[in-house]
Design a protein around this ligand. Structure first.
Ligand SMILES: Cc1cc2nc3c(=O)[nH]c(=O)nc-3n(C[C@H](O)[C@H](O)[C@H](O)COP(=O)(O)OP(=O)(O)OC[C@H]3O[C@@H](n4cnc5c(N)ncnc54)[C@H](O)[C@@H]3O)c2cc1C
Length: 414
């Protein structure tokens, strides 16, 4: 896939790589009210640029194409050949229905259809009370879902190896800037570029990630466990300082072990600070990190789960991060707009199981707003305002829920 198709060589060396605060971040309330202007009518066939090709971005691009928005480009920083990884993700019915609407059969990305969550309380490493409840959704993995989405993207829509570095307003239109010096104009820029979002840094720079004081250690085994069908959650007691989850995935099991770690320990375990290394891939896992996780498994988990952890060779980790809740999702850029979506808007703690769900639900809502604009010439600024009003509260609630859950498990510093 070409990394430059659909972009234009930047011919203006003066062109800024960050938005001009005077032209591109004017609050919407400063814009003239009234009937749709010529420009909003003229963009009823808007050019849409989506930044980020993981989960929220491809869902967004596919929904737009399905809704008849023809001029869509999806830019992903990582080259197509680069390995990306990710583990188990619970999708709620709202998200499953969006995927259904896109024509993605559920059995393509849900391989174990159990709805059961077994909540197991441990007492001195032995399983005590077991509470069973049902999850209003199904489990998938990042890999299954990402593959299902990306294989449906037309090749002329997806541009891999295209890292966005800036956004400016030129000729009254948003202009994306890329690391290789290319640029691409758009009427609407949708940043779905994840936890370390460039879009958030440009549009909402006050909101910075800060480390919550604990780590989601992850592992994937390559041997199947015939007795494992459900999602199992182990907790020692309230405030015990750990949580362990395990569930089946194709050809193995996926576990997440939440454990506290100081910033210095994080750096020792993964070779960089939590704010610099937001995903520790298998090659970043040091012997110190392995030893810490193995020892904690020995300390807290029943023998069977401890043995599973010890035998896991493929390990990853993600520091748990917090951020101020968002206060807006939409920014005017000249006569166009830029929005934040998914983890780019609100990177929530993993226990909330809301990150991917938020992104998919927001993409669905944004498609409705753009459809009203495209088909019925609804004023685009007003349509985007309505989208923000409907989806911001859920994003704020999920950001606020994370620290509550962390406190309940006795994890981290809050
Ligand atoms: C342990 C764990 C468990 C989880 N469990 C759940 C769960 O049960 N349910 C749930 O809903 N969520 C869960 N999540 C969260 C979920 O994984 C994320 O919310 C989801 O992956 C976010 O998707 P996204 O597409 O918004 O962002 P990301 O997956 O972060 O993708 C961002 C993409 O943008 C690209 N990119 C970044 N910068 C640029 C740039 N400058 N230019 C171009 N491209 C760029 C990146 O390469 C990447 O492909 C969990 C997370 C963890 C760590």
């Amino acid at each position: 896939m070409s990394s430059t198709a659909g972009t234009e060589r930047d011919s203006d060396p003066q062109s800024s790589t960050t938005p001009d605060p005077d032209t591109s971040t004017t609050p919407q309330s400063n814009r003239p009210a009234g009937p749709p202007t010529k420009s909003t009518r003229a963009t009823a066939r808007p050019r849409v640029a989506v930044v980020g090709g993981s989960l929220s971005g491809p869902t967004m691009a596919l929904l737009l194409l399905q809704a008849g928005v023809e001029d869509v480009a999806l830019y992903e920083a990582v080259p197509a050949s680069a390995p990306q990884g990710g583990g188990l993700i619970g999708l709620e019915h709202s998200s499953l229905d969006v995927l259904d609407h896109l024509g993605v059969p559920q059995d393509e990305f849900v391989r174990y259809d159990s709805e059961a969550v077994m909540h197991i309380t441990l007492c001195q490493r032995r399983p005590g009370q077991v509470a069973r409840h049902l999850y209003a959704g199904r489990n998938t993995t990042w890999t299954l879902l990402h593959t299902a989405l990306s294989r449906r993207l037309p090749t002329d829509v997806l541009h891999t190896g295209a890292r966005v570095t800036g956004l400016s307003a030129e000729h009254d239109r948003p202009l994306l800037h890329f690391a290789d010096g290319n640029t691409a104009p758009a009427d609407l820029v949708i940043f779905a570029d994840g936890r370390s979002s460039t879009g958030r840094r440009l549009l909402d720079p006050q909101r910075r990630l800060h480390y919550a004081g604990y780590v989601a250690h992850r592992g994937q085994t390559t041997t199947t466990r015939p007795t494992l069908h459900d999602f199992l959650r182990f907790e020692a007691s309230e405030h015990s300082g750990m949580q362990f989850n395990v569930a089946p995935i194709p050809d193995g099991a996926d576990w997440t072990f939440y454990l506290s770690a100081t910033p210095a320990q994080y750096e020792d375990f993964f070779g960089a600070s939590p704010t610099r290394r937001l995903f520790a891939l298998p090659q970043h896992i040091t012997a110190a990190a392995r030893a810490e996780v193995d020892a904690s498994a020995e300390q807290y988990l029943p023998e069977e789960q401890a043995a599973l952890v010890h035998a896991t060779t493929t390990r990853m980790a993600a520091p748990v991060m917090d951020i101020e809740p968002p206060t807006r999702m939409v920014w005017p850029i000249g006569a166009g707009h830029a929005v934040l979506l998914g983890d780019a808007l609100a990177p929530v703690r993993p226990h909330t199981a809301r990150g991917a769900n938020n992104g998919i639900e927001q993409a669905w809502g944004l498609t409705a707003a753009l459809t009203q604009h495209r088909k019925y010439h609804a004023d685009l600024t007003t349509a985007l305002d309505g989208w923000q009003r409907r989806h911001l509260p859920a994003a704020v609630a999920a950001v606020q829920l994370g620290p509550e859950l962390g406190r309940r498990f006795g994890l981290g510093t809050v």
